[in-house]
Ligand binder design. Structure first.
Ligand SMILES: *Cc1c(COP(=O)(O)O)cnc(C)c1O
Length: 233
């Protein structure tokens, strides 16, 4: 049927995304470089990831431990900050605490405790963001917005973790989600002034997110190309 797709030009895509981020920063009156770009590498071939890291991509996001295990060898000198952005199973916390610099998808006390306990001695505390189910979708993980402060208080007690802020994946078309996340971020700052990171915005909504105050965007398809389908060859 369709011929094999020509390989996606990740370097051209990277330039375009950097431009989109820069424009959005400018439009929002934000400082150039104030938004961190995380490449969401889920299930992507390692070659594109290697090219992006060589080109300067400094933050990589992973949803699944199996993908991460395949991707981590691309960065033996640990030049990149690795972010875990997917649902976390208890039996993966030790590996995540060992290999990652950030966890953006924290929404359970038990997982927070395990990550804190399992963070290797001698490494800086693991940076964490609390995931908020801001569009209150039954199918999505994340905290209810009214649970954020109570959970933040628990996380602040864990010596292996450093609370940096919030993460969310708004439902498509939920324009209220962006100001709601900005408000939650202000609420969290009132509780603990050290938080500095709002991870909001993906390929389709990064401009909206940056306008609302996102300091971190997680970009998958617009950076790596369409996600590979289960192999048919
Ligand atoms: C896949 C994914 C992204 C990137 O989504 P795109 O729409 O492909 O840019 C960002 N964040 C999370 C948590 C994801 O799972």
């Amino acid at each position: 049927m369709t011929p094999a797709t020509k390989s996606f030009d990740v370097l051209a895509a990277y330039r375009q995304i950097c431009e989109r981020v820069a424009k959005a920063e400018h439009a929002a009156g934000r400082d150039p470089g104030s938004v961190t770009l995380v490449g969401a590498a889920k299930a992507q071939p390692i070659e594109g990831l290697r090219q992006l890291i060589d080109a300067g991509l400094a933050h990589v996001g992973e949803n699944y431990w199996q993908d991460a295990a395949a991707h981590l060898p691309v960065d033996p000198a640990h030049r990149v900050a690795w972010h875990f952005i997917g649902p976390i199973q208890s039996n993966k916390t030790a590996a995540i605490a060992q290999h990652f610099d950030w966890v953006q998808s924290l929404d359970r006390e038990k997982i927070a405790q395990r990550l804190s306990d399992q963070r290797p001695a001698g490494r800086p505390a693991l940076n964490v963001l609390l995931q908020v189910n801001i569009s209150q979708e039954d199918s999505k993980s994340g905290l209810r917005p009214d649970r954020v402060s109570a959970f933040a208080t628990q996380v602040l007690d864990k010596p292996g973790l450093r609370l940096r802020g919030l993460m969310a994946i708004p439902a498509p078309g939920d324009s209220d989600a962006y100001p709601a996340m900005a408000a939650l971020m202000n609420q969290l700052r009132a509780l603990t002034p050290g938080v500095d990171t709002l991870s909001l915005g993906m390929s389709a909504d990064l401009e909206t997110a940056i306008a609302a105050g996102a300091t971190m965007v997680r970009i998958g398809t617009a950076l790596f190309g369409p996600r590979p389908q289960p192999s048919s060859t």
